[in-house]
Unconditional design. Structure first.
Length: 220
């Protein structure tokens, strides 16, 4: 199916389901899913200078500097063009302004900004039970899927791990960073482009969320 919306930003706290939903939407609508967190983890795994720089921040649950996040997204857009589903970008007002400027320069403004909302308690439950595949980005719940660290990812076969920043300590830091730096991004879009901003209850089941997102992507 062809989406009408081609430039989409998914906002939400850690574990609100941005990655899972972006993955499903990318498969359904063939719009590239771009997770800045996954791009940074991949640099880190490959031991690149950018990856080493990023790791110092990400493992503590802190954001990497805006300049680094903007650089990684600009490189991606140069290579892939202005069709995307951003998951984890922009995460600060500064990044949102950079994105607006870059898109204005090519006369290709954002089509949709979607905020996935969920309580802190539900986030803690999800993250502390979460195992991730660093190769394909799939995530699994130890309680829901009955799996353990080191088991093979059912999608690509790589070993499942607990992300370094999925510890209780780093999570509290990430929630604090989200409240202080990313919630203002929602206020920024409320002010600059309220018509494209939509909120979804991310406490619903994955299929119900996907159905609502699909409607947003395919209606004018
Ligand atoms: P989650 O949404 O579950 O917290 P992500 O995979 O989106 O995880 O991001 C993991 C980490 O990568 C973040 O905590 C942060 O350190 C870094 N990161 C990702 N995107 C950005 C960004 N746009 N700006 C700054 N840091 C980022």
């Amino acid at each position: 199916m062809n989406p009408l919306k081609q430039r989409i930003v998914l906002l939400g706290p850690p574990a609100s389901g941005k990655g899972t939903q972006a993955d499903r939407l990318a498969q359904e609508f063939v719009t590239p899913h771009v997770s800045t967190g996954a791009l940074l983890r991949s640099e880190c795994e490959r031991g690149t200078p950018l990856g080493r720089e990023a790791d110092a921040w990400t493992c503590k649950g802190l954001l990497v500097p805006d300049e680094l996040a903007v650089r990684i997204v600009a490189t991606w857009m140069q290579e892939n063009g202005p069709r995307f589903l951003f998951d984890g970008f922009p995460r600060t007002v500064e990044q949102a302004k950079h994105l607006d400027t870059a898109l204005a320069a090519i006369e290709a403004p954002l089509d949709l900004v979607i905020l996935l909302q969920i309580s802190d308690e539900a986030i803690r439950q999800r993250i502390l039970n979460r195992l991730s595949c660093l190769k394909c980005g799939a995530t699994f719940s130890t309680s829901l899927h009955g799996i353990a660290e080191g088991q093979a990812c059912s999608r690509c076969g790589a070993p499942l791990v607990r992300r370094k920043d999925d510890s209780a300590e780093a999570l509290e830091q990430r929630l604090k960073v989200y409240r202080e730096l990313t919630l203002p991004v929602v206020a920024y879009y409320e002010r600059t482009s309220p018509a494209i901003l939509h909120r979804i209850d991310a406490g619903m089941g994955s299929d119900a969320i996907f159905a609502q997102l699909s409607t947003l992507l395919t209606t004018l």
